[in-house]
Design a protein. Structure first.
Length: 444
């Protein structure tokens, strides 16, 4: 249990140079804090609460290494509160009651106490309930940090008294900015001359999966293992980076040509029913640090564009893969994506849905004023009925065939055919149904 008072002169001072890089670079105020702009940018909710000194008890929910503890310390510093770092792993009800007693005494002297509980989801119901009366009375400001969904892990009574803020994983650009800062800051490596290529910083950031601590640890390891030159400077080579990452560093710019070349290779390999090539290109992207959710979104598109109704299960599997990526993250979700990629590669093919929409889109853009046929217009008013809105409409469910003989396209397009199903896979069944429907509607 780490207890600090902001009225002690050495609180929140920088960590010694012998400390790990992540500790030395821990931001002291919001000007140094990177990420969470959706909460901390000017005008955003948490920023306004801080500026108005209206801090209340809250939960920070987010993945590891996104700055939950740091943000709690900044809040304590800004609001001049006594900061108590409380671990849910090592503390029990006895320790909670001792801290609450101190908080009550502090409150009598006008001193606020901010209790930060890391991994609050690890507390059992009794331990969580021990905080409840003190949160209700305002004896403490409770800030809990959790990587788990608070709705399932925090008691309803306590959760109802806490504001939940969702902290997001840092993106590659934010992590790269952090690594640059570490190179130039006097608290980092600013007193040394470090030679490292920009794309290697991006690779470290991408490999960190949104975790700032992991990114800084990687940078520190590569520099400590760097090649010391005759002038005292340090050079970080790609070989050193690969060794520190524990894998081959497949560097490429996510916004550049190689990014699009690889996703194209994946897409076209699946289209050509080549799962071996498809899995290879998938691995190339994932191991280079590509966002698995980006790949999953492309698989969802592929399932409808290239497979469609030939196998409707393909779309369900692609969506399930996206959800699995969201739940698992890397590296666990790599096998979920492989599952989807192999299935999509071997599923029957049909681009009938894609061509149907593209042709309909072309007509829609060139014929923007085509009126809706009167027969399928709604007639909620007497005037609309007088204008023959809905006249002749037949409710399909009232017919034996469940199909009404009427034209739903504009008159100028009544003979148009957009959806032309193939005979591949399950689409052969839809083709037969469509043929029957068209023949009946046309009275053939």
């Amino acid at each position: 249990m780490d207890q600090l008072s902001l009225f002690d002169s050495d609180n929140f001072s920088a960590a010694p140079l012998s400390a790990p890089l992540a500790d030395r670079l821990r931001p002291q105020d919001l000007t140094e804090y990177i990420g969470q702009k959706h909460l901390l940018a000017p005008g955003k909710p948490l920023r306004q609460m801080l500026e108005r000194d209206l801090i209340s008890s809250m939960i920070f929910w987010g993945p590891p290494g996104v700055g939950k503890t740091t943000l709690a310390r900044i809040i304590a510093n800004r609001t001049r509160s006594r900061f108590i770092n409380f671990s849910a792993v090592t503390s029990g009800i006895k320790e909670i009651k001792e801290i609450m007693k101190q908080a009550e005494e502090n409150r009598a002297y006008g001193i606020r106490t901010l209790v930060f509980v890391d991994e609050i989801h690890r507390f059992n119901k009794a331990q969580q309930d021990a905080f409840l009366p003190y949160v209700e009375k305002g004896s403490i400001i409770l800030i809990g940090a959790t990587t788990e969904n608070p709705s399932f892990e925090i008691n309803a009574a306590l959760l109802s008294r806490l504001k939940v803020f969702v902290l997001k994983a840092l993106d590659t650009a934010e992590l790269t900015e952090l690594l640059r800062h570490a190179l130039h800051s006097k608290k980092g490596f600013g007193n040394s001359v470090i030679h490292i290529e920009e794309d290697m910083l991006s690779a470290m950031a991408a490999a960190s999966d949104g975790d700032a601590r992991s990114a800084l640890n990687t940078l520190e390891m590569t520099i400590l293992n760097g090649e010391i030159q005759s002038d005292g400077s340090i050079t970080v080579t790609r070989e050193i980076l690969e060794q520190c990452l524990g894998k081959k560093s497949l560097l490429y710019d996510k916004n550049g040509e190689e990014h699009y070349n690889l996703i194209s290779a994946l897409h076209k390999s699946m289209r050509n029913s080549d799962p071996d090539a498809a899995v290879y290109w998938l691995a190339r992207m994932l191991e280079a640090g590509e966002d698995p959710l980006y790949i999953a979104r492309r698989l969802i598109r592929f399932a409808s564009e290239d497979i469609g109704l030939a196998d409707s299960q393909a779309l369900q599997i692609a969506v399930a893969a996206y959800q699995a990526c969201h739940f698992n993250g890397m590296p666990e979700c790599s096998v979920n994506l492989t599952h989807a990629v192999v299935y999509l590669s071997l599923a029957p093919r049909s681009n009938a849905l894609y061509t149907a929409y593209e042709e309909a889109k072309a007509d829609a853009l060139s014929m923007l004023a085509e009126p809706v046929p009167l027969v399928i217009r709604n007639a909620p008013t007497a005037l609309m009925s007088e204008l023959r809105y809905g006249e002749g409409y037949v409710y399909a469910h009232d017919t034996k065939e469940k199909i009404a003989r009427m034209t739903c396209l504009p008159e100028s397009l009544k003979d148009k055919r957009y959806y032309r199903p193939t005979g591949e896979g399950e689409e052969a069944v839809f083709k037969e149904r469509l043929d029957q429907s068209r023949h009946f509607r046309l009275g053939e």
